[in-house]
Ligand binder design. Structure first.
Ligand code: BEZ
Ligand code: FE
Length: 293
């Protein structure tokens, strides 16, 4: 017996509608809707690009290599999402902040869960390498009041552009990482070294794609923060060095105007002594404003 076809036969014109109709019995409506939206846009892209069979196979092989590059510590698909701006788009959609609240940016792959909790003002540089830096500021609510007991998790690359986890056995474990907790005045401070720009992992398919697109793999120098306090939204963000050579071309589009910090070189001997250093240091002062949850 001839079966009635549910939506007509698949043609170039009706392709996305035929596929969507086939998904009508999905038990998970959200999954069905997301797949149908993806199909709609991928079909539209394919119609616009009109790839040859060879080009389509090249795309399939690129995605295959991307998957094959993933392992316990390397996530090449996230990197692909980062360099195509998708990570920052998802971040923007999920972090629409009220006016006055600090903006978020990408988490990145180098956060570790169990960094040590340190006393305020502690030095997170464990190998004395690099130019000294004092970072300080306040954690505030949108009315400008200090937030007590805010947890501040910071991590950064060293003066050569490497995180500790990328240089096991070269840098001490937990180098340039620390967790701090504010008191009633909401202030925070720690010592570190001026970070340097660095390339995202670029020895895999995503790095090759960047090269073929005429792009560099660098992220401008930055400090990572995760700030949490009861009654407030968790803030995942960075502050950036505005004088970095890559500040206008971050490989993962993470830079925002409001996240620029000032790195002031302090050379006055009295100020150097007062801050507890024995040579010129960079002073970075940056406040963060948390949105109420
Ligand atoms: C980072 O800032 O640690 C980072 C972010 C995205 C991709 C790679 C690294
Ligand atoms: Fe980073």
């Amino acid at each position: 017996m001839t079966q009635v076809h549910e939506q007509g036969y698949f043609t170039e014109e009706n392709s996305a509608e035929v596929v969507a109709a086939r998904n009508a019995n999905a038990s998970n409506e959200r999954l069905r809707d997301c797949v149908n939206i993806l199909v709609k846009h991928i079909h539209a892209a394919v119609k616009e690009m009109e790839p040859t069979q060879d080009e389509w196979f090249e795309a399939i092989m690129f995605l295959t290599r991307t998957g094959q590059t993933c392992n316990d510590w390397r996530q090449e698909f996230i990197l692909l999402s980062d360099v195509t701006g998708v990570s920052m788009l998802v971040d923007a959609i999920n972090n629409r902040k009220p006016s006055g609240a600090s903006e978020s940016t990408v988490l990145g792959p180098f956060h570790v869960e169990d960094a040590p909790e340190l006393p305020m003002g502690a030095d997170i540089c464990l190998d004395s390498k690099g130019e000294p830096m004092l970072v300080r500021g306040r954690i505030l609510d949108t009315k400008g009041s200090p937030i007590d007991s805010a947890k501040i998790d910071v991590w950064q690359a060293n003066d050569e552009g490497f995180y500790d986890v990328q240089q096991k056995g070269i840098q001490p474990d937990f180098n340039l990482r620390g967790v701090f907790r504010t008191g009633p005045d909401g202030t925070y401070s720690f010592r570190a070294v001026k970070p340097k720009f660095y390339p995202i992992p670029d020895d895999g398919p995503v790095g090759q794609l960047l090269t073929r697109l005429g792009r560099h793999p660098y992220r401008p120098a930055h400090l990572h923060y995760i700030i949490e306090a009861e009654g407030f939204d968790r803030l995942v963000t960075h502050i950036f060095d505005p004088d970095d050579p890559y500040i206008h071309s971050d490989a993962v589009f993470g830079v925002k105007e409001s996240l620029m910090a000032k790195f002031d070189l302090i050379e006055d001997p009295e100020a150097i002594r007062a801050a507890g250093f024995d040579r010129p240091f960079y002073l970075v002062e940056h406040d963060f404003v948390l949105a109420s949850s």
